[in-house]
Design a protein around this ligand. Structure first.
Ligand code: NAD
Length: 331
């Protein structure tokens, strides 16, 4: 039994978390849970977005399954996600997007894993007002952060039998910052002769991803491009409801769906829990429980393929709970 921390989050967070935990139990995942309410609703109730005991639990278990949190706008809050990534140095944001035969899109051959650098670039949020009409924002790229995300991408390629790593950048314009990232990429690539490597400029990458997505395997890229490109990959495979992620550092790992709290459908019981469920599968794989993860993935594939219990985002009319029960029945 491994104890993990669970954050229930806002909006659709509690609904999809409940569904996922029930599926994990049905699959006999060897997990026990410390569950916390976090986010905007928790702030309204108790005055803290993340209560101290929730932080303490993550610091103990070092494994977090997190559902989406609403970032209150205009109240001076820093995004909680950015806070968690920085506080626990979760430097690699890994987002696998794979076409599923059950979900009709014009892009049946997508199998792209994005490695997004998670701690620097424009996301350090340092902006200066020069005068009333001019603001400077700082883009930070360091050797240390670049090396560790690029190494993580190549190591993943080796461990998962992948063939190619592509570095995405804008070094033709940002010659020093993205230029440093690109130089480091080419240096590290030499240590992995068995993995093909190439680089592409980010604007060209967007076009190529839509024209010929099958040419991409693993992408490694600074924070901002990674944020945008990984949402693009989720569009290619049929929507945000299908994109899981893992935020990992040397000591802590956090697993979450890429989508947000979807306030427009919260409480309607139509949210698709698949992205959070696949994030839970990544957690199981991370702790070595690959057989249980494979069993859950197979059950999900079968339910999606039968198309009888799809949630509305995938063109069906099932509730979150009907979808959950269909997956449990397969298990
Ligand atoms: P969103 O991802 O919440 O929603 C975008 C669209 O996708 C909506 O129409 C929504 O209904 C739909 N959608 C998202 N997830 C779905 C699911 N599982 N099933 C079915 N449909 C789904 O993005 P947004 O509306 O821009 O953001 C809402 C809030 O979420 C904001 O406060 C934002 O800051 C926050 N957010 C949090 C995270 C996170 O915690 N990791 C990530 C992104 C956004």
């Amino acid at each position: 039994m491994k104890t993990i921390t669970v954050f229930k989050g806002d909006g659709i967070g509690p609904e999809i978390t409940d569904a996922v935990l029930q599926i994990l139990d049905a699959a006999k995942a060897p997990l026990s849970y410390e569950i916390f309410n976090v986010g905007a609703a928790e702030y309204e109730r108790h005055g803290a977005l993340i209560p101290d005991d929730a932080f303490a639990s993550f610091e103990k278990t070092r494994l977090l399954l997190k559902s989406p949190i609403t970032t209150p706008i205009g109240k001076g809050f820093r995004s909680l996600n950015v806070t968690l990534r920085n506080k626990y140095d979760l430097y690699a944001n890994i987002r696998p997007a794979k076409s599923n035969t059950a979900v009709k899109t014009p892009f049946p051959n997508v199998d792209i894993v994005t490695f997004r650098e998670n701690t620097e670039d424009l996301y350090i949020g340092v902006e200066y007002k020069m005068n009333e009409d001019t603001v400077h924002a700082i883009k930070l790229i360091t050797r240390k952060a670049s090396e560790r995300i690029i190494k993580a991408a190549f190591d993943y390629a080796v461990a998962h039998g992948r063939k190619k790593v592509t570095c995405v950048h804008k070094a033709n314009i940002l010659k020093m910052s993205d230029g440093l990232f690109l130089d480091i990429f080419h240096t590290i690539a030499k240590d992995y002769p068995q993995i093909e490597s190439d680089d592409k400029i980010v604007d060209n990458t967007c076009m190529q991803m839509v024209m010929r997505p099958e040419q991409f395997d693993i992408i490694v890229t600074p924070n901002l491009y990674g944020d945008i490109l990984s949402d693009l990959t989720s569009g290619l495979i049929g929507g945000l409801g299908l994109l899981p992620s893992m935020n990992v550092g040397d000591d802590y790992a956090m697993f979450e769906a890429v989508h947000g709290s979807a306030p427009d459908i919260a409480g309607k019981h139509i949210a698709n829990p698949t992205a959070l469920l696949w994030s839970a599968c990544m957690l199981l794989e991370y702790i070595g429980e690959t057989a249980i993860a494979a069993k859950i993935r197979k059950a999900v594939d079968e339910v999606l393929a039968e198309k009888q219990h799809l949630t509305p985002d995938l063109g069906g009319s099932a509730t979150t709970e009907e979808y959950r029960d269909a997956v449990i029945a397969k298990l």
